[in-house]
Design a protein around this ligand. Sequence first.
Ligand code: TRP
Length: 407
Amino acid sequence: MAMAGSAVGLGNIWRFPYMVGEHGGAAFVIVYIACCLLVSLPIFFSESIIGKTTRTDTFGALEFLAPKAKNVGYVAILASFIILSFYSVVGGWSFNYLIRSLGGSFNGLGMEQAREVFAGVGSSPVESVSCMLVFLGLTAMIVVAGVDKGIGRFSKISIPVLFVMVVLIAWVSLRLPGAGKGVEYLVKPDFSKLDAPAIAAALGQSFFSLSLGVGSILTYSSYMKEEDNVLQAGAWTALFDTLFAIIAGFAIMPAVFAAGIEPAAGPSLVFETLPVIFSRMGVVLPIIFFLAILIAALSSSISMLEVVVAWLVDQKGMRRSYAVLAVFAAAAALGSACAVVPRVFSSCDFFSSNVLMMIGALAFALIVGWKMPREEVLRHVRFEFVYSLIRYVAPIMIVAIAVTNLL
Ligand code: TRP
């Protein structure tokens, strides 16, 4: 459940639905699923095997398995930290919007006003920094409570609740007059839109959505029990994550088209278009929507914080509470810069997704595919073809998308 929580996040809600529509509907979904099966899942398994066999943090695990590549551990931990910082800014906006919807301030909101509200939220340093701190503080509170009592318990409760909320929103959204166009946008297959950038986008999205390359899955897997199964954990996480992304698409796009608005991606979709649409349907729906986003973001941010905390605890011998406090302070600093300076935000996003995550993912696949004893890997993945995917397909594809994205 914690892995599902890590995977399901803002990536599913504000990027996936838009990407599907942009890149050819059902055709893109097919490519996305193929990318998950052939590349992302093998990397997921690799991270999981590394975590489960070494039972330690990302740096310690690499140092043990591949001493020469141990510094990649720092790359992954740094990436986790950077993602935590800018993710918390968006988490803070979600918190801000939840409070606003609780106060009923979206009643009768028009598109113009919605733009003004969001511009105001983004450009007020006090507001964005304080909301970011609240979000980071909530993340820290869950992580400080421990792996079982904090992360585990939060995920077991919040993920089912989140699922119900999104299904509910989809149900409302699909019944709106004019929703059919949104459904068409999502499902109508258009194979002519499947060019190389679309495929690279699918792969990049599936990496981000499955939280790969920064040690989140590695660290969570280090807490697995002996009898837990790596193949099963990965398959369920990917299945749930994809299902959730598709349902989020049906929650969002029909409402967007029913309102006669052009779909957009990213912040403007979630923080401008949707408040307008959902506020037309009473006061409760915006509350459910922003609560869902907040929960989805929190269950992901705890997995980023845990990577850094596990390193400080395992390698530096810090007490868990001090480790959480130290990372909170550092992420608060970088997060504030991201909240106030848009360029810092976008550089953090770009650099972590296109460079650091790729280095991490490549290292994980190579270590499991080429460094660990074959029998040991096969004991976890069972099938010869999965082993080949880890050895050949995943590394080649990572290099290919890294090059495509950077060119
Ligand atoms: N998967 C999450 C999402 O879709 C984000 C996330 C959590 C993440 N942990 C990560 C992304 C680690 C990259 C790396 O929103």
